[in-house]
Ligand binder design. Structure first.
Ligand code: HPA
Length: 274
């Protein structure tokens, strides 16, 4: 058995013992989108520092804890604070929690993020269902020896974001009166924001949004056969769209303003999950 599997299983075992149940759905909460945690009943919070082999978070706006409990009677775990590549984590650390979730027996994951709007028809505060991604410029989290217990060497990525779940998410949005956009998420390494020319190039490639997370987690989740749903909160227009500089405070502030809408949507999606 590989050292990675041993580590993953030790952590999975620790969490299962501690909470006494296996969630159906894991949710990774993006920057400024932590409010969903308030929707979790009977919550058991576990700070990352207490979890064997978990990396630790540093970025402002990211608290580091797992929150287990129920949303509308569905068992969930929410990850408040994720591990980014730009923090200096290697890819193994970035994707470690997702692999632990799968080793616990969790088959479904909702991955959320704050993103810049590349599609000029978007407005800050919009929510976007991720239909596909572009990640040419970034390290692949599966680089290195393949761990056969997790998935195949050359996993198919033709439908990373589950079609049936996307349809259900659109239905939830319609019911709640939310104008849920759909589009392609482009992953950039960060931590500097993109240049206007990079954004122009990404737009020509078909990108609708840009951000610094999500794709590594989505790739490893698919590698392990998990069902993935991705949702971006468009917190700002990407570089060069407007004649103004980008700043992290604006990203956090718009995230905060959209939190209620975002949490309501995710909670309805969870309630109707099939
Ligand atoms: N670029 C990259 N990541 C982001 C952005 C952006 O414009 N906004 C929020 N996260």
């Amino acid at each position: 058995m590989s050292g990675t599997i041993k580590k993953l299983d030790r952590t999975a075992h620790y969490l299962k013992n501690k909470v006494g149940f296996i969630p159906e759905i894991a949710v990774i909460l993006g920057s400024g989108l932590g409010k969903l945690a308030d929707y979790i009943d009977g919550s058991i919070e576990i700070p990352y520092e207490e979890i064997p082999d978990f990396p630790s978070t540093t970025v402002a706006g990211h608290e580091g804890k797992l929150i287990f409990g129920t949303i509308k009677n569905r068992k969930v775990v929410a990850m408040k604070g994720r591990f980014h590549y730009y923090e200096g984590n290697d890819m193994d650390a970035v994707v470690f929690p997702v692999r632990v979730f799968k080793r616990m027996g969790i088959e479904n994951i909702i991955i959320t993020n704050a993103a810049g709007g590349v599609n000029t028809e978007f407005t800050p505060g919009d929510l976007m269902l991720i239909t596909d991604h572009i990640s040419f410029f970034c390290e692949n989290p599966l680089r290195g020896e393949n761990i056969d217990e997790l998935g195949p060497r050359f996993p198919d990525m033709s439908a990373v974001y589950d079609r049936a779940l996307r349809k259900a998410a659109l239905e939830s949005a319609r019911k709640l009166g939310i104008d849920l956009k759909e589009g392609i998420y482009s992953y950039c390494k960060g931590p500097s924001y993109e240049s206007p020319s990079e954004i122009k190039a990404l737009r020509q490639m078909g990108a609708d949004a840009v951000g610094m997370s999500t794709v590594p987690e989505a790739i490893v989740a698919r590698h392990m056969g998990m069902r993935v749903l991705g949702i971006s909160c468009i917190t700002n227009m990407a570089a060069g769209v407007l004649d103004q500089p980008l700043n992290h405070e604006e990203v956090m502030e718009t995230g905060k303003q959209a939190e209620q809408k975002f949490s309501g949507l995710v909670s309805d999606i969870i309630e109707n999950w099939e």
